[in-house]
Design a protein around this ligand. Structure first.
Ligand SMILES: [Zn+2]
Length: 304
């Protein structure tokens, strides 16, 4: 791990925890929360924001939002800004309050001819490679943007390579075309896609440090390309940490839909989060046994 005292002292980390309440959280989410908290709290003057991504209203349920608060409490992960309860979230923090900002960002990309309309579905012949990357067959069709059921995609070939700074993996130069293709920026149902909403939120919230799973590396690449086109000064200076995903016994990525491994089930069985602290410690190169989040913080402080 490349985290050093000088990195932690270089600037106060302003980071965020950003779960989507579309299922009960699992150990992989907890790992990410605790790691984000540990690094932010180890940065002098660092601050942590809680953001709950609720744009995809169909999949959101209040009990999943409640699960986020209960999980953070159970983990001992405190934060400096963001919602404190389901009611506070609905009233003051829902992403629906920022739809106008997401829409404006999309409009600015459209003005720059950086998006195109796409009529393809998963079943459209020739629209996707075997790896699932979109082949770009609508790029030259000049479809109308506001037809129902058309997605808006990023014209990734128009963009330069992204240059990401990852505090563990080092500097990475990657091109959207290679890692994600022409990403969907506005979904067929008209909802701004994750890449846009999360980017606009991070910029507006002044985030300068993003911890996320390795599966979101393609999103980081396309978001940085978009940030350049949108002139997002904060986001262009973000430091990343893309961490490996926790796997369950069958080597499958943990998913919220399964539930057996949910943190809620762990809490109901009166389990403590020590194994989560231990996996974060191991990731940070700490081999001593860790039972509490304070022990984790102290062990990390004596290591860097
Ligand atoms: Zn298409």
């Amino acid at each position: 791990m490349l985290v050093t005292a000088s990195l932690l002292a270089s600037q106060p980390f302003r980071s965020r925890i950003a779960p989507t309440p579309s299922g009960f959280l699992h150990r992989g989410n907890a790992f990410s929360f605790v790691l984000t908290w540990l690094l932010t709290r180890s940065s002098a003057g660092g601050s942590l924001h809680l953001r709950i991504d609720d744009l995809d209203a169909e999949r959101i349920r209040p009990e999943y939002i409640q699960d986020i608060f209960e999980t953070l409490e159970w983990l001992g992960v405190d934060y400096d800004s963001g919602p404190r309860s389901v009611q506070d979230f609905d009233k003051n923090w829902s992403q629906k309050r920022r739809v106008e900002a997401y829409t404006q960002a999309l409009a600015r990309l459209r003005e720059q001819r950086l998006v195109f309309a796409c009529e393809c579905s998963r079943r459209t012949v020739g629209a996707f490679t075997e790896q699932g990357l979109y082949t770009g067959i609508c790029r030259t069709k000049e479809l109308l943007f506001d037809e129902p059921n058309y997605a808006w995609r990023f014209r990734s070939e128009s963009s330069a390579e992204s240059h990401l700074v990852d505090i563990v993996q080092g500097e990475m130069r990657l091109h959207s075309t290679d890692v994600i293709g022409d990403a969907v920026l506005r979904r067929k149902d008209g909802i701004p896609a994750y890449h846009i909403a999360s980017l606009v939120d991070d910029e507006l919230d002044g985030i300068n440090f993003i911890v996320r799973g390795q599966d979101l590396l393609p999103s980081s690449v396309v978001q940085q390309a978009l940030a350049r086109h949108l002139g997002y000064e904060h986001f262009l200076r973000v430091a990343f940490l893309h961490h490996p995903l926790l796997l369950d016994g069958a080597s499958q990525k943990l998913s919220k839909s399964k539930g057996a491994d949910s943190l809620k089930a762990m809490r109901e069985n009166a389990q403590t989060p020590h194994e989560i602290y231990q996996s974060v410690a191991l990731f940070c190169g700490i081999s001593a046994p860790i039972r509490t989040i304070t022990e984790l913080l102290n062990a990390f402080a004596s290591k860097v």
